[in-house]
Write a protein that binds this ligand. Structure first.
Ligand code: ADP
Ligand code: MG
Length: 606
């Protein structure tokens, strides 16, 4: 079976990720541990090729043969070269191929194929197979020719492509937005040399691009340039490349610290923010334009996703959040968010997503606590959502007017070992013998993973409802731990559960016995009455104190034995009444009261 990977083929950096044991994971360079591969390829005179850091190291010394930002050339042709070549240190032909000094022409897909090959090799080493299929991301604005060029690059690299998906869609998957039924999403992607903003509409698992905007010549490089220019103001005379490298290091430091030292000059965050203020403002203007294109205002945006290394700059983040008036989703590394999303998409296409939080299944079982402390599961783990289940319960004591619906999550048999999600009380149940009220409990999980618990009592019509998000605050590792615990504790759980069920059964039988006793006592022999009373005390004691179910079982069997005359009397009464056709209702009522199908619920606070 092929392994499925996700690749973010970026202008500045590229990276590869795969879903391993249900967790999207970046596959780093095994030697350096670096996740990011600089999207740079060096073509030496002897035909040898270097990719990534090794190529980046030659940018300054071999500018004509060290090819960076080749993504700008993808799917471009005659007529695009003037625009595409702007700012590039190497030469390109009129149809947007790279032109080396020795006259060799290299197509943009051929350049990209070396990057893809390097990432595919990383994946093959990490996953232990060369049978690999990839999801590759492209900017949302890429046209058919640009997407085809990306497929061509993969073909040249000998890499099978599962699908080409949009970078903003991948980012949205990464932060889990696909779990929503419907949402309007703004993805703000500020990379090294490009700014892309995309407005997406998610509806029933399908992402649609409403509009795109941005500037293919705006990004973190401009921040570096602003610092470099500022440094020159201090009379620093250094080669531009060296100046830029120091400037970038200073910029990165200021994402963490309030001040830093660049080439012996102190640069504070406020000064840096003044230097880049206009550039940041321009991204906001472009964002507003994309929103207007989609026919929206900021109020129509449900979620804001930040992508790209430059969104680590605090001013960028705060400005974007202020503009949208809501916090951005930033819990996934902005450098990795696209690749991780591509890995999720790859895993979805592989059909592997059956036991994860990220798709449409419930990760752990959901149920309620019944009398004796057992968990009655209504929805089992790995059930596809949306889903619903209904179960009927009853009271456990005569005249009980309130029941506790304790909603728990987990795989353990006893409620106390599971995670408590909610407690609701259903009040106003008519005072009836235990087992007679019919309490219906419905669990519904909608497509967003929200659980709604409805409880009602049939006769009185009283209702209670609660909504919870069962996946709130749990991680994949918690899910695995919960499942593992149910195996580890399987024996003790079965014992506890068997005991709880036995308690439940014996308790309801005792209640039934009391009733029969009242109506038939005067027709029983004195020693039978005595024996039943004694056996009853033993059973009640076993229910209260016996650690295992077999003691209760024995006490119950002993009671059954001595109560045989009572049972026979009661049954013959029913038979007589049935034959004479008088009190069918009585018989049914009798049978209903003894029904063991409905488990009893405890009173609140018990
Ligand atoms: P692309 O998608 O164009 O390949 P990236 O998302 O990799 O680009 O972003 C690269 C940019 O992010 C560079 O300009 C880099 O300097 C900047 N960057 C990376 N980390 C930080 C940081 N901690 N603070 C500020 N900028 C950063
Ligand atoms: Mg990017």
């Amino acid at each position: 079976m092929a392994e499925h990977i996700g690749i973010d083929l970026g202008t500045t950096h590229s990276l590869v990720a795969a879903t391993i044991n249900g967790v999207p994971t970046v596959l780093p360079d095994p030697e350096t541990g670096d996740a990011l591969l600089p999207s740079i390829v060096h073509f030496a005179a002897d035909d040898s090729i270097l990719v990534g850091n090794a190529a980046e190291a030659l940018l300054v010394t071999d500018p004509l043969t060290t090819i960076y930002s080749a993504k700008r050339l993808m799917g471009r042709g005659a007529g695009d070269s003037e625009m595409a070549s702007d700012g590039l240190a190497y030469a390109i032909t009129s149809d947007c191929q790279v032109l080396l000094p020795n006259g060799t022409r290299i197509s943009a897909p051929a350049v990209a194929s070396h990057i893809l090959q390097t990432l595919a090799a990383r994946a093959a080493a990490a996953l232990g197979t060369t049978d690999i299929k990839a999801v590759i991301t492209v900017p949302a604005y890429f046209n058919d020719a640009q997407r085809q060029a990306t497929r061509d690059a993969a073909a040249l690299a000998g890499l099978a492509v599962d699908r080409i998906i949009n970078e903003p869609t991948a980012a949205s998957l990464s932060v889990g937005l696909h779990r929503l039924t419907t949402a309007t999403i703004a993805v703000y992607d500020l990379g090294g040399g490009t700014f892309d903003v995309s407005i997406l509409k998610l509806e029933d698992g399908v992402f649609e691009v409403l509009s795109t905007g941005g500037d293919t010549r705006l990004g973190g490089d401009d921040f570096d340039q602003a610092i470099a220019t500022w440094l020159q103001g201090f009379g620093l005379q250094l080669p531009p490349a060296e100046l830029r490298i120091s400037a970038e290091a200073g910029k990165v430091a200021l994402s963490k610290n309030l001040s830093t030292d660049v080439l012996g000059v102190v640069l504070t965050r406020p000064v840096f923010e003044k230097l880049i203020g206009e550039t940041v403002e321009r991204t906001i203007t472009l964002t507003a334009a994309a929103l207007a294109d989609a026919g929206l205002t900021t109020a129509g945006i449900d979620a804001v996703v930040l992508v790209g290394g430059s969104t680590r700059v605090p001013l960028v983040r705060s400005r974007v959040e202020a503009y949208f008036g809501k916090p951005a989703l930033t819990d996934v590394d902005p450098d990795q968010v696209v690749a991780l999303g591509a890995a999720i998409q790859a895993d979805i296409l592989a059909g592997n997503r059956t036991d994860t939080l990220l798709l449409d299944v419930t990760p752990l079982s959901l149920g309620i606590e019944t009398i004796g402390g057992a968990t009655e599961k209504l929805i089992y783990r790995n059930t596809r959502i949306p889903t619903q289940a209904i179960e009927h319960f009853t009271t456990s004591k005569d005249g009980q007017t309130k029941v506790l619906i304790h909603v728990v999550q987990g795989e353990r048999e006893m409620a106390a070992d599971n995670r408590s999600l909610a407690r609701i009380e259903l009040e106003g149940i008519p005072a009836l013998p235990a087992g007679v009220p019919k309490v219906n409990v419905t669990f519904r999980i909608d497509a967003n993973g929200i659980l709604r618990v409805d409880a009602n009592e049939e006769r009185s019509g009283i209702k209670a409802v609660v909504r919870v998000k069962p996946t709130y605050g749990i991680e994949q590792s918690d899910v695995r731990a919960a499942v593992r615990a149910s195996f580890v504790h399987a024996d003790e759980d079965v014992a506890a559960r068997t005991r709880a069920d036995m308690v439940n059964e014996a308790t309801s039988a005792l209640i039934g016995l009391s009733k029969l006793f009242v109506t038939h006592r005067d027709r029983l022999e004195a020693e039978t009455i005595e024996a039943i009373t004694a056996a009853r005390v033993v059973l009640e004691d076993a229910i209260a104190n016996a650690p295992d179910h077999s003691t209760i079982r024995e006490a119950w069997d002993a009671l059954e034995d001595v109560a045989r005359p009572l049972a026979e009397l009661a049954m013959s009464d029913i038979a007589t009444n049935l034959v004479s056709g008088k009190t069918l209702t009585d018989a049914l009522a009798f049978l209903e009261e003894r029904s063991r199908e409905r488990k009893g619920l405890d009173t609140p606070g018990a």
